[in-house]
Design a protein around this ligand. Sequence first.
Ligand SMILES: N[C@@H](CCC(=O)N[C@@H](CS)C(=O)NCC(=O)O)C(=O)O
Length: 277
Amino acid sequence: MKLFHNPLSPNVRRVRLTAAVLGVELEEKKLEFAKGEHKSPAYLSLNPNGAVPTLVDGDFVLTESRSIMQYLASKKPESGLLPRDEAARADVTRWQFWDAAHFSPQMGTLGFEKMFKAMMGLGEPDSGKIQEALGNFRRYAAVLNKRLEGKDYIVGNAMTIADLTIASSLMYAQQLEVPLAEFPNVQAWFSRITALDGWKKTRAEKPVSPSGRTFDRADDFGGIRCGLGAPPREYAAVAAHQELEKFQTMSPGPSGAVSALRASRDFATGARLGRGV
Ligand SMILES: N[C@@H](CCC(=O)N[C@@H](CS)C(=O)NCC(=O)O)C(=O)O
């Protein structure tokens, strides 16, 4: 099975983590976001959303991280990651949907405002959006905290993909300084998941600092934006920035100048058309 991915993505993390816990080997193909590989016609024919992850198993193409997790786990029912019991399985799915609808979007907003904007020169963080996301984070973390009262795992007494789903949404919890300590059951449970070998194995190659500065160039990250889809304008901005940087630091010759101008024009056109943010 082949997985198109980028290891910095929490949506990818949960799939790679599931495979690692199951001991399933995936052929991994990393997409370079800065080069727009996730928007190429070939990739869009697999995943029209132009996002990672995508799993290809023979003729079967599957997108959406949480459904990929179900698919992988159902190949090894003995693992218990996706329980055989119908009610338990529905409960696992419920928590995956809960994550997609309520929990992970808060982390997505915080990630965008606190890390990616700074990294990509997209302006100051919007404190209103940060406060709103933090408020929502507290609201939903309280729900999870209650659920984990007296329990080590979210569904039943053993680890399932519900745990791997939600823990992956917290991939950047430390860097984003979310108030996990206010939710001791969540914090203890999260430590349990991050202690897994699979968690360590699926760590992104480069850690992210609180200021986002670890990715010292936009092309290390290339405008990944979880959940909401990265606005085309951001890619155009990154491309324009890189081309102009080249133009300034090298002696580009006529073709360098042309590509710098073309990239800037694309960015300006995108902005004028109101594409993006
Ligand atoms: N609901 C999708 C979300 C996928 C998603 O948003 N992936 C992000 C990375 S975390 C991405 O590829 N963003 C690029 C884009 O949307 O342009 C899933 O769970 O797989």
